[in-house]
Design a protein around this ligand. Structure first.
Ligand code: L3W
Ligand code: SF4
Length: 441
């Protein structure tokens, strides 16, 4: 059984409220942290090996150590709660059921980073969650854990919740900052990174909800202890939101030592595939990461079991592996059509492209049109090669990672399921009615 850190009290009635959270030991990590120096907290976060939980897996301690500290310039912590990655809903779960874990994590992180005004930028569609967060903020304030002179330390901290307008691109950190400043959410060119020039050109740390929540157990048990959980550079626990063709969709906390097979088939997690169907493929890290066929999902190219961690999922690079990403685990059974699935994703990325860069603006629309044509039985063989060519021209040639995120699913689908694309061209009448492919899985 995986060790639980973030969700250990999720089953307790009323844990959403300060009183219950406090009775379970809530805010003791904050009390401990406020007696430490900011540098000591930073050392704990570095020692924990925590990697960003939003998708990129960038080491959190390293990001914090990049924060510029010019004299007299305010610094900010911004929590990225714009969770819009298809298949990803773990941050929603945390904020809805355990809001004080996030608020406590923000207090500790704000103290470490020297942020007196911190923000939660939350996706517009999570319309009922800001009230939950604001209530938790008020409760924490009333108990002296936010506001002025927190616990007599002289440290002041306010947290504000900002609702997004429903654009996926505002989950990209610089687009988020633009939106928070009241502008259209267009990504900025990096560098400069937000750590140097972020919100209103001030040094800013932007971290995912789960990353900031993880700071609570890190301070609680110590960075070194946290690093002992998991394996290699995949330390600590990770929240996975599981969906698709599984018996038990939901949010699970895993310790990154379990295999993909165990995660899909064990009753502790997904509970297997309904109706005894076979596993066809999986997208383990949210829609932006490459799809992997079952044969490569259950084992690596070297025949080793594939584990639910950053390194093992990526084993072999994009040709045979994928990414942990945001932990949005999407399972496809043998009845699912990869072409249709890829087309749906292409439509999504085309709709969500901000339009600043030509390869993304034009390429995503072009890919969607071709995929629609193939899916509708009007494709030609050369369309498959054209699709391959377009995705290659998008990848690496855009301002923000949305371009890559649109290209990778198409590339992986063609790489692993080319037969299925060809089948749609050669025998469209069968694909349209039976919705299955002939890929070697
Ligand atoms: C200072 C440097 N800071 C890097 C910071 C940077 C950022 C973090 C990671 O994209 C991925 C994307 C999606 N000085 C720095 C530095 N940083 N070098 O480190 O940066 P980066 O560029 O590797 O990634 P990113 O721009 O954060 C995130 C993928 O995640 N993804 C998307 C998930 C979307 C959601 C959602 O719905 N909100 O979770 C899923 O896989 O495709 O590749 O903070 O500033 N020298
Ligand atoms: Fe906008 Fe796409 Fe360019 Fe990102 S890659 S800046 S979403 S056009």
């Amino acid at each position: 059984m995986s060790k639980k850190l973030l969700l250990k009290d999720a089953h307790i009635e009323g844990i959403r409220y300060f009183e219950t959270y406090r009775k379970q030991g809530g805010y003791t990590a904050a009390e401990k942290a406020l007696k430490m120096t900011p540098d000591e907290i930073l050392e704990e976060v570095k020692a924990s090996g925590l990697r960003g939980r939003g998708g990129a897996g960038f080491p959190t301690g390293m990001k914090w150590s990049f924060l510029a500290k010019p004299e007299g310039v305010p610094r900010h912590l911004v929590v990225n709660a714009d969770e819009s990655e298809p298949g990803t809903f773990k941050d929603r779960y945390l904020m809805e059921f355990l809001p004080h874990v996030l608020i406590e994590g923000m207090l500790i992180s704000s103290f470490c980073l020297g942020s007196n005004v911190s923000y939660i930028y939350i996706r517009g569609e999570y319309s009922w969650i800001p009230d939950i967060l604001e209530e938790a903020i008020e409760e924490a304030k009333a108990a002296g854990f936010l506001g002025k002179n927190i616990l007599g330390t002289g440290f002041d901290c306010e947290i504000y919740v900002q609702r997004g307008g429903g654009a996926y691109i505002c989950g990209e950190e610089t687009a988020l900052l633009e939106s928070l400043e009241g502008k259209r959410g267009n990504p900025r060119l990096k560098p400069p990174f937000p750590a140097v020039k972020g919100l209103w050109e001030r040094p800013t740390v932007v971290n995912n909800v789960e990353s900031i929540a993880a700071v609570v157990p890190i301070i609680d048990i110590g960075g070194a202890e946290y690093a002992k959980i998991g394996v290699g550079r995949s330390t600590g626990t990770k929240l996975i939101s599981a969906c698709g063709n599984i018996n038990k969709p939901g949010v699970y906390e895993i310790d990154m030592t379990i295999t993909v097979e165990e995660f899909i088939y064990s009753d502790e997690y997904c509970g297997g595939i309904p109706n005894g169907k076979r596993l066809k493929a999986c997208i383990p890290g949210g829609s932006s990461v490459p799809i992997v066929p079952a044969n490569l999902l259950l084992k690596t190219v070297n025949g080793e079991p594939r584990y639910m961690n950053y390194e093992s999922l990526a084993d072999g690079g994009f040709a045979t592996g994928t990414m942990m990403g945001s932990g949005g685990f999407i399972v496809l059974d043998e009845d699912q059509c990869v072409v249709e699935h890829t087309m749906t994703l292409a439509r999504f990325y085309n709709h969500e492209s901000c339009g600043q860069c030509t390869p993304c603006r034009e390429g995503t629309g072009w890919m969607y049109k071709i995929l629609k044509k193939i899916e509708n039985g009007q494709g030609k063989m050369e369309d498959i090669d054209l699709l391959w060519d377009i995705q290659r021209k998008i990848e690496g040639n855009t301002i923000c990672p949305l371009g890559d995120a649109a290209a990778w699913p198409v590339a992986a689908a063609i790489r692993h399921f080319r037969d299925e694309f060809e089948w749609h061209v050669k025998k469209p009448e069968l694909c349209l009615t039976q919705n299955y492919g002939l890929a070697n899985y």
